[in-house]
Design a protein around this ligand. Structure first.
Ligand code: SAM
Length: 314
């Protein structure tokens, strides 16, 4: 039986599987398996594009009647509650049986239920011969509003990648100081601000820098954005994110890529780099050590295939 505090439930499409696993390694120190994970680490589902639910486990038992008896002993009073069944990997419980169990729990809680506007949602799930009862926290999907940002470009990284970059860079630690070294219109910064991460941004292009500021203020976020070459930033950061220019809207050759990577490595020991091509040689030349990697294939939501390189200073 798992003795962890939380069960996480994930969802993603086939193209995003490797990105979700990379993110989960850096948030939880372990990979999600079969779209679920047990952990003691508390993470808000909305801070990731892939975590859909977190169950805060209250009780567990291998014996279902014991679980119900234990729920009754808790003497829960909750006006406007709801109970949802979460089907986890390997759970073959049939629909009618699931409904019956939800009723069992409903009758064990004092108060009138509210199915449409619940004040609290409890959850029942079954995994590896154990029943779990807890409080369900769902992804609010609020961050989808960022898709309507005033300024964007068609080849900007998508929101799922932006959220993953934050989680990989910060390793779920909101106190870590992050810099988006080539922030563009601020796609990554919006997600960091939404999740309460500590981030600053920098872009060499004045028009684009102004668009990042416009996007941030549109959603009432405050974060420093510098109109600067990253080489002129003289603060230190716990980690940097670099979405390298890919030579579409702004010119980028090997020299520019090396310049950005070397300059960023001067202000942090940890770099999470996004590229559209193989940058193994540049990583070595910049004196960096590759510690993790994933390739995101071109898909429904991504116009370009992208590679994510997690690097540490040698
Ligand atoms: C691929 S875009 C970043 C896009 C961004 N992630 C977004 O979604 O809007 C790369 C950015 O790097 C900026 N850039 C290029 N060289 C730079 C440098 N030396 N210092 C800072 N920014 C630089 C470009 O102006 C461009 O906006």
């Amino acid at each position: 039986m798992h003795k962890n505090n939380y069960i996480y439930h994930f969802n993603y499409n086939d193209n995003e599987s490797d990105l979700c696993k990379l993110e989960s390694r850096h948030i939880f120190n372990t990979e999600e398996q079969n779209k679920m994970l047990f952990s003691d680490k508390k993470v808000e589902p909305s801070s990731s594009a892939f975590i859909k639910r977190r169950i805060d486990i209250i009780l567990s038992s291998e014996d279902y009647p014991t679980l119900i008896a234990d729920i009754k002993k808790l003497d829960i009073h909750a006006e406007g509650f709801k109970v949802e069944y979460l089907v986890l990997h390997g759970d073959k419980t049939e629909y009618n049986n699931r409904l019956k169990r939800l009723k069992d729990i409903g009758y064990s809680i004092e108060g009138d239920p509210d199915y449409y506007n619940p004040t609290i949602t409890y959850s029942l799930c079954y995994f590896d011969d154990v029943w779990y009862f807890g409080i369900m926290n769902k992804d609010s999907f609020d961050w989808h509003k960022h898709k309507q940002k005033p300024c964007s470009y068609s080849n900007s990284i998508n929101v799922s990648i932006a959220k993953a970059l934050i989680n990989i860079a910060a390793e779920a630690d909101k106190d870590k100081k992050l810099i988006d070294a080539c922030c563009g219109v601020g796609t990554v910064m919006l997600e960091a601000c939404f999740s309460g991460n500590n981030i600053e941004g920098c872009d060499i292009n004045e028009k684009i820098y102004k668009q990042a500021i416009e996007n941030l203020s549109h959603f009432n976020y405050t974060a420093n954005v510098y109109h600067s070459d990253i080489k002129d930033i003289d603060k230190r950061y716990d980690a940097a994110i670099i979405d390298l220019p890919y030579n579409l809207f702004c010119y980028a050759d090997d020299e520019i890529i090396m310049h950005i990577m070397r300059s960023t490595a001067n202000i942090t020991d940890r770099l999470v780099i996004v590229s559209t091509s193989d940058i193994t040689e540049q990583i070595n030349s910049a004196g960096l050590k590759l510690s993790d990697y994933c390739n995101i294939k071109k898909g429904r939501k991504t116009n370009l295939s992208r590679r994510i390189w997690v690097c540490e200073k040698n």
